[in-house]
Design a protein around this ligand. Structure first.
Ligand SMILES: Nc1ncnc2c1ncn2[C@@H]1O[C@H](COP(=O)(O)OP(=O)(O)OP(=O)(O)O)[C@@H](O)[C@H]1O
Length: 126
């Protein structure tokens, strides 16, 4: 936790430290994040193989970021839900289902982006 007496600079440095710790926790413990990083790796290899343009790289990186951010937010909501109400509750189920909708939206949009970038490039191979 940050100290209220910390100045602006120290406060920012501490926030970045906590944020990096959060990223590390997500990368090392969350299977959904690990799976998305694997897909990001495959997409990066495809990007080099098909020599996609700078704009396509930018959109691909944005799509990867969108999925990772949504997965991270979903994980945080699940953690809060499990902490405040570990037992079964209909409302917790609804909250978790809605939270899971975020990465699903992101994954669906990313799939469309992947299709727009790569399907024409793959089709010309045949
Ligand atoms: N405490 C609860 N009360 C009611 N329903 C729950 C509860 N916990 C989970 N559920 C239901 O089970 C589903 C899966 O929950 P869970 O916490 O296992 O998420 P998950 O998406 O499988 O987790 P992960 O992201 O770790 O794979 C939720 O979307 C919800 O429908």
């Amino acid at each position: 936790m940050k100290n209220t007496k910390d100045g602006f600079f120290i406060g920012r440095v501490k926030s970045v430290k906590f944020a990096l710790k959060g990223m590390w926790i997500l990368i090392t413990t969350e299977d959904s994040i690990k799976a998305q990083l694997f897909f990001a790796f495959i997409a990066t290899i495809l990007g080099f193989y098909f020599d996609i343009s700078g704009t396509e790289w930018a959109i691909q990186v944005l799509a990867i970021g969108l999925v990772l951010v949504a997965e991270a937010a979903n994980t945080a909501i699940e953690e809060v839900a499990d902490f405040i109400h570990p037992e079964y509750h209909e409302k917790i189920g609804l909250i978790k289902d809605i939270a899971a909708g975020a990465p699903s939206f992101a994954a669906f949009i990313s799939l469309i982006i992947v299709g727009i970038i790569y399907v024409p490039k793959i089709l010309v191979l045949f």
